[in-house]
Design a binder for this molecule. Structure first.
Ligand code: CA
Length: 234
């Protein structure tokens, strides 16, 4: 889903320039030229970021921002035309996240937009991590899987795994201590969607051993159980 940006600006030339440049960056853009309509649209659209002109027909940008701030968490960048507007933006604590003084370059605007979106994304990731710490990691000794990022690490260093190697390791770690047959592994990890049969499992086990075993020739983690399959030992 693309990032939605709402532009609240009444000047047609600036509306066009802003939309053109933001759309070219891959953002989904909605333009509104009136303060009252901006309030309605913001609720309906739930934008990821808002560019807000100060001088607007209907209701001015400062008032719109103040009201929106109580309902939306999306960053708001104010677009100001005059020095006295900057003073009001800064002085009133209306909840804007940044401001740009007209005329501004598109490069500057895009940099500010990206910075705000990045900031929000980082906050969201931190909140998610704090809310679900147990979901995030699966750890045995110095081997750890980050389930959110689909990343494996050994001694806190990320190891490069192919997607199937990751899936396989995840399955093994979730069933630590259990003997798992090749058929069982094929069914769960490959979903029977494979060519090469049980040899596929053996090949992937060998690759995984090379990445997670201190000495792949004498495996301590991925144990071969003769005639039965494999067993993962933490
Ligand atoms: Ca204006």
């Amino acid at each position: 889903m693309s990032t939605k940006i709402m532009i609240v600006e009444d000047e047609p030339a600036l509306q066009a320039t802003l939309s053109y440049n933001l759309e070219r960056e891959g953002y989904q853009v909605e333009v509104v030229g009136d303060g009252v309509i901006a309030l309605e649209m913001a609720q309906k659209l739930q934008p990821d970021l808002i560019l807000m002109d100060v001088m607007l027909p209907g209701l001015d940008g400062l008032e719109v921002t103040r009201i929106l701030r109580q309902k939306l968490n999306a960053p708001i960048i104010m677009l100001t035309a005059r020095d006295d507007e900057i003073d009001r933006v800064l002085g009133l604590e209306i909840g804007a996240d940044d401001y740009l003084t007209k005329p501004f370059s598109m490069r500057e605007l895009l940099a500010r937009v990206k910075a705000q979106l990045r900031r929000v994304r980082l906050i969201r990731e931190e909140v998610q991590a704090a809310e679900s710490p147990s979901e995030k990691l699966l750890t045995f000794g110095n081997l750890s899987l980050n389930l959110t990022r689909r990343e494996a690490s050994l001694h806190e260093e990320v190891i490069a795994l192919k997607p199937k190697e990751y899936d396989l390791l995840h399955y093994l770690m979730e069933h630590r201590g259990q003997v798992l047959s090749r058929e069982q592994i094929l069914e769960k990890v490959w979903n029977w969607d494979f060519s090469g049969g049980s040899r596929t499992v053996d090949v992937h086990m060998r690759w995984l051993r090379e990445k997670i075993e201190p000495d792949p020739t004498t495996p301590r983690r991925i144990i071969t159980v003769r005639g039965a399959g494999y067993r993962f030992e933490g």
